[in-house]
Design a protein around this ligand. Sequence first.
Ligand code: AMP
Length: 175
Amino acid sequence: MNLSALQACIRDIPDFPRPGVIFKDITPLLGNSAGFRWTVDQLAERIAAHRPDALVAIESRGFLFGAALAASLDLPLQIVRKPGKLPYKTISMAYELEYGADTVEAHADAFAAGDRYAIVDDLIATGGTAAATAALIESQQAVVACCAFVIELGFLHGRDKLARFPVESLLHYED
Ligand code: AMP
């Protein structure tokens, strides 16, 4: 397995979920056990270098990678979800979208002050979701160790919103 074999496991779906968006479909990667294992191993190595105490996976495809990474790295996993999904007391952070706004939520006891958290998602586009997750972590006096993604849409410059943190990604798309 290598990066071009990984890239071959990502399927482009034009005009989904709306016209003009090319959706990066990771389901072929999930269906390829060697490819998925390799992806998790590569990300695990990069994340470990930042010495996190725990991982934070973002709903929903971030959960798939976050759970495998947490097991592989033997680290605790916390989850950040869309509003209204978590059953216990929550904390939340709103962020701006191109049109409108959105919110990420975590359980109130998810982040311990001073602990280091690695944020994990399948893909960084504008960076808004990851930046809001970082703000939520920091609102609890916890530390963002790094942000890690399988895919980076470089042409959307999401990395600029995460300038204060190390950002790791395996596949870069520039158009
Ligand atoms: P953003 O906040 O703009 O960085 O968007 C990141 C979130 O939206 C991630 O959770 C991605 O799963 C999802 N996402 C955004 N754009 C795409 C895309 N082109 N293909 C697949 N997922 C996307």
